[in-house]
Ligand binder design. Structure first.
Ligand code: GLY
Length: 367
């Protein structure tokens, strides 16, 4: 694989994902995405001290005429709120951003979702360039145009589909990523194999050591293959009318866990998003086996792979099954008040199942 790999996302608003080391310092590449004279760099208090200055300097050197401001928000899912969204909008207003402005979203999924939503709303939509700095955001949230903030009633309940103008993923940023965050991202990578690509699943079984050791080539390949997978799906189904729902394998269970924890995944004890998805995938696989849809052996293979990557595979103690089920009833995928879950027929064969029996779900949640 060459130093920089690209994945093209087609459809009505096509864009390119560029993946490689050092891209955040490549001013010409970053500036090439700014169509107008205004740009707002949005980042958070963890990521900004590491990379914002370099990105600003690179952009200014390549485009001295650019009116560039930086807005730094607090870090963590608990700040993906309407209040922080309002502050990002105020930063755009202060900048005097016009309709050809560009928002650069520098950080993980929280920054990407919130900055993307601000870009979607400012003057009914300006360009957003995603600059993901975590593995999780490189392989999932920066691609596909889902933007949102959370409200107390649930995660991502206020948002818009707003595809980015470009995604520029600097793999060198992964070198400063805490091991736990790397593993959380790998849960989403494993998801792509589990939902639709048995050969990728096998590759992930074989490449565990290299990936956990943050080997540059292995990580770049994992990111490119994950993005190619997601690109294919969002190209065919950008607004999640069908196939795109498969990308939520493990997420309905996972979101319920996150919500029951009170979005405190920023804390050390609570599961973070990737970890909650890992548990959720195992629960979805168990439920599939219980419903006679899939072999137990595939559940065990998935559980073993997640475990080998240091990810949790069982619900944390203290979460009541009824409370989790109540959270699952609020999921956006549900139809006509009935649970609609992403289950599978085995490795690489996920499908959306409507009208899932709540009693079976409770059985799985009760272990
Ligand atoms: N993260 C799931 C999706 O983008 O559809």
């Amino acid at each position: 694989m060459s130093a920089i790999s690209t994945v093209d996302v087609g459809g009505a608003a096509p864009y390119r994902i560029e993946i490689g080391p050092g891209l955040l310092g490549d001013g010409a590449r970053l500036a090439a995405q700014a169509r107008g004279r205004h740009a707002l760099l949005i980042s958070d208090r963890h990521v900004a001290p590491l990379y914002a200055h370099g990105v600003e300097a690179a952009l200014r050197a390549a485009r001295p005429d650019l009116h560039l401001a930086t807005h730094v928000m607090p870090a963590g899912e608990s700040h993906k709120t309407l209040a922080c969204f309002g502050e990002a909008i105020e930063a755009l207003a202060e900048l005097g951003a016009t309709r050809d402005a560009t928002v650069y979203a520098l950080g993980g999924g929280v920054v990407g979702d919130l900055a993307g939503f601000a870009a979607a709303c400012w003057m009914r939509g300006v360009d957003c360039v995603q600059l993901p700095t975590t593995l999780l955001s490189m392989v999932d949230s920066s691609v596909g145009g889902k933007t949102a903030v959370d409200i107390p009633q649930g995660k991502n309940l206020v948002g818009a589909f707003h595809p980015p103008r470009a995604v520029i993923a600097d793999t060198a940023a992964l070198r400063t990523l805490p091991a736990r965050e790397l593993r959380a991202g790998l849960a989403e990578v494993i998801k792509y194999g589990a939902l639709g690509d048995p050969l990728f699943f096998q590759w992930l079984e074989a490449e565990r050591e290299a990936l956990l050791a943050s080997d540059d080539h292995a990580l770049a390949e994992a990111i490119a293959r994950s993005c190619a997978h997601k690109a294919g799906i969002v190209e065919r189904d950008p607004l999640e009318k069908g196939e795109r729902a498969l990308l939520n394998l493990g997420h309905t269970f996972g979101h319920a866990v996150e919500a029951e924890q009170g979005y405190s995944g920023d804390g050390r004890d609570a599961l973070n998003h990737g970890e909650a998805v890992a548990v959720g995938m195992v629960l979805a696989a168990r439920l599939s086996a219980m419903l006679g849809m899939a072999p137990d052996a595939d559940t065990e293979r998935l559980r073993a792979l997640l475990d080998a990557y240091g990810l949790p595979t069982a619900l944390p103690a203290g979460l009541a099954p009824e409370a989790l089920l109540a959270r699952m009833r609020l999921d956006k995928k549900n139809l006509a008040g009935r649970l609609r879950l992403v289950l599978w027929r085995g490795i690489g064969r996920a499908e959306v199942v409507p009208g899932v029996d709540e009693a079976r779900v409770l059985d799985v949640l009760a272990g």
